[in-house]
Design a protein around this ligand. Structure first.
Ligand SMILES: [Fe+2]
Ligand SMILES: [Fe+2]
Length: 197
């Protein structure tokens, strides 16, 4: 599959954030979208892909969740069609939905699925630590994954399966995500947001 199928999006990050804010009121969802954005940027850097594009796919992946939770993420197609976003961009977003395994046929899509729950899980682990993300290692995350009472809504088997599908080891997965979250936090703070406050 080509990196970018069809027309390339002209939307930049400011515009993508404006689209998110137009459609999502929940601060919790917006914060989750930032965490996924940060992780996607970090993965794009690792894979030598388009950092801005991967980041925006992460930023907008739950754009329909606040208003259309029962039809999420299918409704993103409808919601995003009037913006200058290409088809592969939108379909990549739709591919993270339940039962969309067949759509997860490219690295960006596998990556989105693998970081979706893990990014917020790692933020939750960081929030329990005095030093937050600083020095956060895979072993601390692994410990919390074994703690069934912690973030119990997160399906551990799915976290592992999505990582395997991407072909990444647990330690590296955590390292890449922590790096992305730490770097992105600096930008977010300048814009009046935070993953950690
Ligand atoms: Fe979602
Ligand atoms: Fe999500």
């Amino acid at each position: 599959m080509s990196k970018i199928a069809g027309r390339k999006t002209k939307v930049d990050r400011d515009k993508a954030l404006a689209i998110l804010q137009e459609n999502v009121e929940s601060k919790q969802i917006i914060r989750h979208c930032f965490a996924v954005e940060a992780s996607m940027r970090s993965y794009a850097e690792k894979f030598g892909e388009d950092i801005e594009r991967w980041g925006m796919i992460g930023l907008l992946h739950d754009v329909d969740f606040d208003k259309y939770p029962e039809n999420h993420p299918e409704h993103a197609r409808q919601l995003l069609k009037d913006y200058d976003l290409d088809e592969d961009f939108i379909e990549s977003i739709v591919s993270h939905g339940t039962g969309k395994e067949n759509m997860r046929n490219s690295q960006v899509r596998k990556c989105l699925f693998a970081v979706d729950k893990m990014a917020s899980f790692i933020v939750a682990v960081a929030l329990m630590r005095p030093t937050r993300l600083e020095g956060l290692e895979a072993k601390s995350v692994k410990k919390k994954m074994k703690d069934k009472a912690f973030a119990k809504a997160v399906d551990r088997d799915e976290l592992i399966a999505s990582m395997d599908d991407l072909g990444i080891e647990f330690e590296e997965h955590v390292r890449i995500i922590v790096k992305g979250l730490s770097e992105h936090e600096e930008l977010l703070l300048k814009q009046g947001y935070s993953l950690l406050n």
